[in-house]
Design a binder for this molecule. Structure first.
Ligand SMILES: C[S@@+](CC[C@H](N)C(=O)[O-])C[C@H]1O[C@@H](n2cnc3c(N)ncnc32)[C@H](O)[C@@H]1O
Length: 173
C-alpha cells in the first residue's frame, strides 16, 4: 500500500512539474537567420519550426522571405506576445504562428525544417526526441551548438555585422 502511494505521488508530482527553460533568450542576428534558412533549403509551401522562437525573427523570416508555413514554439509568455504582435503587424498570420509551450512536448511530424539555437546540454536531450518525432528526410539547422550524436551534412561559419563568427550545422534525417 505504502509503495503504491509513493509511486502515485511520484507520478502526480511529475505531472505538475513546470516545463524547463532549456536556454536563455539570446537572439540570432538577422544575417545569420537568413543564412540558416538558406542552408536549411527552406522552400515555399514547406513547414518550418523554430524551437524556442524568442522574438519570432526566424518564424517571420521563414514566412516573409521564403513563403513557408512557419511555427515558433516558445515558453516565455512575454516573448510569445511580442512575436505574435510582430506577426500581426506584418500581416503574416496566414503563414506564421507561435505555440506557447514546451519544445519537448510538441509534435513535429509535419516539419520539413527545424531550427535550433539552444544550449549544448539541451541539444543532448533534444536530438533523440526529434529523432522520434520528425519524418524521414526532414532537415535541422543548429546555430552554434551541434547535435553531437548526429553527423552534419554541411557546416558553415558566418560572420555577423559585428564580426562575430557563428557556426551552423545542417542535418538531414
Ligand atoms: C537562444 S534563444 C533563441 C531565440 C530564437 N530562436 C533565435 O534564434 O533568435 C532560446 C529561446 O528558447 C526559449 N526556450 C527555452 N526553453 C524552452 C522550452 N523548454 N520550450 C520552449 N521555449 C524554450 C527561450 O525562452 C528563448 O527564447
Amino acid at each position: 500500500m505504502h509503495l503504491i502511494f509513493l509511486l502515485l505521488a511520484a507520478f502526480f508530482q511529475d505531472q505538475d512539474k513546470p516545463p524547463e527553460r532549456a536556454a536563455p533568450y539570446y537572439p540570432t542576428p538577422q544575417v545569420v537567420v537568413d543564412r540558416m534558412l538558406k542552408l536549411g533549403e527552406l522552400k515555399k509551401g514547406e513547414t518550418l519550426y523554430d524551437l524556442g522562437s524568442g522574438d519570432g525573427r526566424i518564424v517571420v523570416t521563414g514566412a516573409q522571405k521564403f513563403g513557408a508555413k512557419s511555427i515558433g514554439v516558445e515558453l516565455d509568455k512575454g516573448l510569445v506576445i511580442q512575436s505574435r504582435q510582430r506577426i500581426g503587424k506584418l500581416e503574416l498570420g496566414n503563414l506564421a504562428s507561435i505555440i506557447e509551450g514546451d519544445i519537448f512536448e510538441q509534435n513535429y511530424a509535419d516539419a520539413d525544417l527545424i531550427t535550433v539555437y539552444l544550449l549544448p546540454v539541451t541539444n543532448i536531450r533534444l536530438s533523440p526526441v526529434l529523432e522520434k518525432k520528425m519524418k524521414r528526410g526532414a532537415r535541422v539547422v543548429c546555430h552554434d551548438f551541434e547535435f553531437t550524436e548526429w553527423n552534419p551534412e554541411k557546416t558553415e561559419v558566418i560572420e555577423d555585422s559585428e564580426g562575430r563568427g557563428h557556426t551552423l550545422f545542417f542535418y538531414r534525417r
